[in-house]
Design a protein around this ligand. Structure first.
Ligand code: MF3
Ligand code: CO
Ligand code: CO
Length: 307
């Protein structure tokens, strides 16, 4: 996510919100937009990074179970990444202390794995993985059910998975970037939930968070064009209650819903093509199943995208 308080993409050293957020001139936007188009070699680099990130998600899936600590999951993710010769991108990113983010129930994002936190029956838990493979970044997340979850939690996760797929389906070449938000936001609201506004998807390449921010909620003045060769993430965070979030003042990372309602998220890294977007972070098991997401027990409602 590019946060409003992150350094601006232009390199000014100012915060994004004090610099270019919503203020790019048409020329700046066109230049930045064109810089986002990846060469064929870079597109292949992104494919490799995405593929490994998906493989890592499949690896960790069976461990995301009742009675496991989030620290154990983090350790497994870290070791698997190093064993394959790659680098966990989260570790040390702006001082982040672990190799992935694990966000349980009312934690919206950036949950820090730790020994005290044990997954329990009924939890919903998002595992957000980012790996650097030969300089390129792959970034994806999935929300898992631990044992028997409530109908309310199950429905929130189902809608969030649909929101990701609907958003990806809207990422057509030459569409405006805000087509993604225009697809996701009304759908989520019609289900009675809200889209987090404080965090967004992002351009991605040889940097974790590249220009531009990918809003999932409708914002004015967002007229960037999606062009073939761009790589970006779609990663809606959906709250059962209000969209407002609070960052933990003690660890400065953990983001929770303000009203303590549940929150879910799914994320993929995608490549804009002349046709349907290519989902770079699909896992081998998702590809084998011909599905876009395989979190336990989803009948996805949304139209499927041809792979
Ligand atoms: N993976 C998150 C994203 O989707 C970012 C996590 S940054 C970290 O953009 F520092 F918290 F790891
Ligand atoms: Co991301
Ligand atoms: Co992520």
């Amino acid at each position: 996510m590019i946060e409003r308080n992150d350094p601006c993409y232009c390199g000014s050293g100012k915060k994004f919100k004090k610099c270019h957020l919503g203020k790019d001139t048409p020329e700046e936007r066109a230049t930045a937009q064109n810089k986002m188009i990846k060469s064929p070699a870079a597109q292949n680099g992104m494919r490799e990074a995405g593929r490994f990130n998906g493989q890592l998600m499949d690896y960790i899936r069976p461990f995301v179970k009742d009675s496991t600590s989030t620290a154990r999951l983090n350790g497994l993710i870290h070791e698997y990444t190093l064993d394959h010769g790659h680098t966990p991108a989260c570790l040390g990113y702006h001082g982040y202390p672990k190799s992935c983010c694990i966000s349980i129930n009312n934690i919206v994002c950036h949950g820090i794995p730790n020994d005290q936190e044990i997954l329990q029956d009924g939890d919903i838990v998002n595992v957000d993985l980012t790996t650097i493979v030969n300089r390129y970044y792959g970034d994806s997340s999935e929300t898992f059910f631990i044992g028997d979850v409530s109908d309310a939690a199950r429905d929130l996760v189902r809608v969030t998975a649909n929101a990701l797929i609907i958003g990806i389906a809207a990422a057509k070449p030459h569409a405006h970037l805000n087509a993604i938000a225009h697809a996701i936001d009304p759908y989520v609201q019609s289900c009675g939930y809200s889209v987090v506004r404080q965090y967004t998807g992002h351009g991605i390449g040889t940097q974790f968070h590249e220009y531009f921010s990918v809003y999932h909620h409708i914002e004015k003045g967002d007229d960037i064009l999606l062009l073939p060769g761009m790589t970006l993430t779609v990663e809606p965070m959906i709250n059962a209650g209000n969209y407002e979030v609070v960052t933990d003042p003690n660890d400065t990372w953990t983001v929770r819903t303000k009203d303590k309602s549940l929150s879910a998220q799914f994320e993929h890294t995608i490549l804009i093509t002349e046709g349907n977007p290519e989902i770079l972070t699909l896992t081998p098991s998702q590809i084998a199943a011909g599905q876009l997401l395989v979190a336990d027990g989803f009948p996805l409602d949304s139209p499927t995208i041809k792979l």
